[in-house]
Design a protein around this ligand. Sequence first.
Ligand SMILES: Nc1nc2c(ncn2[C@@H]2O[C@H](COP(=O)(O)OP(=O)(O)O)[C@@H](O)[C@H]2O)c(=O)[nH]1
Ligand SMILES: [Mg+2]
Length: 298
Amino acid sequence: MVGLGGCGKTSLYSVAFAEKSPEDTKRLSPTILYETRRHPFLGLQVGIFDFGGQVQYRNEYVQKPEIFRGTDILIPIVDLHDPNKFEEAKEYFQDLLEIYRQNNERPKVCLFLHKYDTQNYQKELLDTNVNKAKEIFLDLFKDYTFEYMLTSIYEQDKLSKVFRDLLISSYSELKAHVEKAEKQLDEIKAKIIISDISGNVISHNVQGVSSGLTLRGDLRDYINACNVIRENMFMSDSALFRGKNDDGKEIELHIFKYIISVIIMKSGEIDIASQDKINMLLKDMKLFADLIISAHSD
Ligand SMILES: Nc1nc2c(ncn2[C@@H]2O[C@H](COP(=O)(O)OP(=O)(O)O)[C@@H](O)[C@H]2O)c(=O)[nH]1
Ligand SMILES: [Mg+2]
């Protein structure tokens, strides 16, 4: 993630990956030089580099092209609330592209036209700025695999999906699976959460179980505990855990290939059609886990 100081890099990270609310970001101080974080996702360690965009730091790391080596996905960020800085941002991105040229690398580029919201900002101005930004930035990355998004930390669910899709985009077959699962979830009359073993939510049909990509703490702990039992007691790569009470409430946790977890919550008997769909979903998630494992070994 790269962009001028104050464009929203640290906020994006905090809201999507670190369980912060959009309000929490108002107290952030500008990133100095650069910050790196590691985030487990689908069994890989994803490195997230938040490059401070203030001019004194920018000059420093533009002179160290090696910092940028090995980028898979570059996310240039433009602050839509600050159109007077568009030209400066453009120059900065051009400097970066020059570095990638020198490094002989061509990361996939996903431009965020960011702060696409009307928090302390006028709607009419926002639309004007989007048009202006498109004119300035869209052809800058024409030699790259490129897409752009309108993003805002105030749309946390949408933002999590943007990051989720970016993170799985390197596994070509996975996206179709995720989309299929999402459709299946809509049709099932039980609460279902699909996540990875570290608690990154991939898809769900329950409100309020995640903050950004991160699953609620109690369920995360549950997955974690079951995963340890899977490993130490069952010594197999997949396992099923179940809990229920006298009122007919039930929770099921499936672990597939030590990487994917599916939680199913029922509040009583469910109809046969839904149960069939659940069985299909589980089969599909098993396949999904297999795909991830084989992608890793590639
Ligand atoms: N309205 C709005 N403000 C945002 C958004 N993202 C970040 N901000 C605010 O922009 C300011 C600077 O954000 P910060 O993440 O520190 O920028 P950085 O220097 O690029 O890391 C903070 O006050 C954030 O609350 C957004 O999507 N919409
Ligand atoms: Mg910052």
